[in-house]
Design a protein around this ligand. Structure first.
Ligand SMILES: Cc1cc2nc3c(=O)[nH]c(=O)nc-3n(C[C@H](O)[C@H](O)[C@H](O)COP(=O)(O)OP(=O)(O)OC[C@H]3O[C@@H](n4cnc5c(N)ncnc54)[C@H](O)[C@@H]3O)c2cc1C
Length: 377
């Protein structure tokens, strides 16, 4: 019987498995995708995560590939409303590190056991002293038994742990267009355009590229060429003509808020997006999951080593992670609201953001946007 089975080789499952293996735990990862995907979602890694990954040497490897974003500017109609300084917060990591999610996953994968690819987990069945995992591996049914199972399979795997409808979920009507494109701009600066027709975010990426995300009107056409045209228009309206010209594709995504009240059911755990999803507008979902994993690993390793579940520690861990997810979800909801078209409230919004980014509240803003409110930060 294995010590631990991890379901899902996304960033959160890879980190957990790597941290367990580093502590001598016999761990296996089952991943339904036959090959590594090339899509990119998360780009920002915040200072609490960089600090938490330092002992395993991962931070150094991530930073070797990342751009360091030290400031964020809020602009409206081309005018500066205020600046968020990330460099006043953490002496050790005074920036947000940005790199494509695929690069983050490849750094985490190098420190984790090789996942069993094509291993689609169909059921997780708790027994008294073990957990049975039923999977289809390249189409063949396979059953295995582990002492502990951690489901880190994103939203798609939620029903392996929770009954349908058991986790409070809210789908927002907001939609966004996104692309990563070449752009000639200050690599240490993020820009948020808060214009009357909705938000446009511009974040630096390695290799002279930037991530652009724009609010998209509901009901707009979903043909690839329609999306590209709308994103180009949104960029051109904010003076990003050079980027508008090179945009050749745009993906569309929606926003969901999910926060599970429990992450542990005996020997079965849910972490990362399986347990909580927060709006990408604010960029904290992956960071939240990475902190779930890095804080859970020592507790599970102690359980495996001693044969006794560290129940008090696990209860505290669960409470801290649920509270952190609630805080991140609340902040993401504020960001989502702030990024909607402002209509007649535009002058009010500009005044509010200007006031928030001036004086002592600017520091609060910087702390909120760099995950300093996570309980494990
Ligand atoms: C557009 C966008 C932008 C984002 N930007 C940011 C950002 O800047 N910062 C940030 O912190 N977060 C961001 N996020 C959120 C971030 O991408 C997610 O929070 C993160 O990917 C969650 O990681 P995970 O490992 O929990 O799940 P996933 O990344 O979803 O990985 C789960 C893995 O499990 C596998 N799996 C699923 N079901 C099974 C099964 N039954 N059996 C076996 N394997 C299974 C899947 O194939 C997948 O590989 C963004 C999200 C989006 C959509």
């Amino acid at each position: 019987m294995r010590d631990v089975t991890v379901v899902g080789a996304g960033p959160v499952g890879l980190l957990l498995a790597g941290e367990l293996a580093r502590r001598g735990v016999d761990v296996e990862i089952l991943e339904r995708r036959p090959a590594v995907g090339d899509g990119t979602r998360a780009i920002g890694i915040h200072s609490p995560v960089l600090a938490a990954l330092e002992p395993s040497g991962l931070t150094e490897r991530l930073l070797a590939e990342a751009v360091r974003v030290r400031r964020g500017e809020a602009r409206s109609r081309g005018r500066l409303l205020g600046t968020v300084h990330f460099d006043v917060l953490s002496a050790r990591f005074p920036f947000v590190a940005t790199l494509p999610q695929a690069s983050t996953e490849s750094v985490l994968a190098a420190a984790a056991p090789e996942p069993l690819r094509g291993g689609y987990v169909l059921a997780v069945i708790p027994r008294r002293d073990s957990v049975v995992v039923r999977a289809g591996v390249l189409g063949r049914p396979v059953e295995s038994e582990s002492r502990i199972v951690v489901v880190a399979g994103g939203g798609a795997a939620r029903e392996l742990v929770y009954r349908p409808g058991a986790v409070p979920t809210r789908d927002y009507r907001d939609r966004y267009l996104m692309t990563d494109a070449a752009a000639d701009a200050d690599a240490g600066l993020a820009v948020i355009h808060l214009d009357p027709d909705g938000v446009l975010e511009s974040f630096p990426l390695p290799g002279g590229r930037r991530r652009f995300v724009a609010w998209d009107p509901p009901g707009a056409g979903d043909e690839p060429e329609d999306r590209v045209r709308r994103l180009r228009d949104a960029l051109a309206r904010r003076g990003e003509e050079a980027a508008a010209e090179v945009v050749s594709s745009a993906t569309s995504f929606g926003v969901r808020r999910v926060v599970a009240p429990r992450l542990r059911h005996g020997r079965v755990f849910a972490i990362g997006d399986t347990a909580h999803e927060v709006s990408p507008i604010g960029g904290q979902g992956m960071n939240l999951g990475l902190l779930d994993a890095v804080t859970l690993a020592p507790l599970l390793a102690s359980w495996v080593r001693t044969g006794r579940a560290p129940d008090v520690g696990l209860l505290r861990w669960e409470a801290r992670r649920v509270q952190s997810a609630r805080r991140a979800a609340a902040l993401a909801s504020v960001n989502t609201a702030l990024g909607r078209p402002s209509g007649r409230g535009d002058a009010l919004r500009r005044a509010a953001v200007r006031t928030m980014l001036a004086g002592p509240s600017a520091r609060l803003f910087a702390r909120a946007y760099s995950m300093s409110f996570d309980v494990d930060a």
